[in-house]
Ligand binder design. Sequence first.
Ligand code: COA
Length: 273
Amino acid sequence: MSSYECINLTIDGDVATIQFNRPEKKNCMSPTLHNNVRNALVEVEKARVKVLVITGIKDAFCAGMDLEQCFFEPFDDPQRMAAINDDVFTWFQHLKKFPAVTIAKVNGWCFGGGMELAGICDIAIVADESTWGLSEVNFGIFPGGGTSWAYAHNIPSRKKALYYGLTGETFTGKQAEEIGYATKSVPLAQLDAETDRVVKMLSRLGRTVLRKTKEVYEKVKWMDFEAAVDYEMAKLWELSRETNDDWIRTALASFKRREFKPGTQSYKLTKDV
Ligand code: COA
């Protein structure tokens, strides 16, 4: 496993964790941090983990882009800005289609690009006490670089979404759950335990079914019903082939023997599928 200047990366069996580590700058994303995450995601994908947790050290999840190092300082050097943006958008897009399940564990300050990061992840488990905001309007721009996409896709109510986009007013992790941005919010003292519980639940499942569940959800969201049915059936048979029909030969064979109740339990994996 490589070591990085601005993040801590751990890979432990089926689970990887990337922890942003710029506490003195509230874990905002500098060019070096972007480059670190770009490379770490490639490393994590190669490790074939099932779950990737992204979090921040100390009192911040991520205070967004480093406004000095990513915007103010390189502004008059277009090539430098392009190089920074190449790292930024390569890893954002990689994360969006990442094969493992991605969990944002939001432990504290979460602004701008930090909200984009939480919005790109599949699941967000957040501290009640965390503070969120689309602060871009406060420095004269709209949420850019995918942040508008992220809040438009994670806050279902147009009235709520535009309210936060237009005013920059902060909200808590508890409110993030209420408006749909967070999967669930828990007291900060329980954040690690709750995240671990969800990670364990996911780790018990096969990597192929996790990956395809994500893929199918993302695609069918934009299809009409008829196309979705066809697509889902095609992907089901693809999954079946890729896992040597494990859902029939292991899972449903086990159910036939009444060894588990699929409503409340998952079948026991006997091979890495
Ligand atoms: N870019 C650059 N530097 C940042 C930063 C960012 N996004 N967020 C925090 N920092 C820096 C602060 O400028 C400060 O640096 P300094 O010690 O050199 O003065 C340091 O991190 C600590 O932050 P500070 O403001 O002293 O902490 P705080 O607890 O009083 O406030 C925040 C925390 C998050 C409310 C405040 O830092 C802030 O408003 N950050 C900007 C958030 C933002 O608008 N992000 C959107 C970017 S897309």
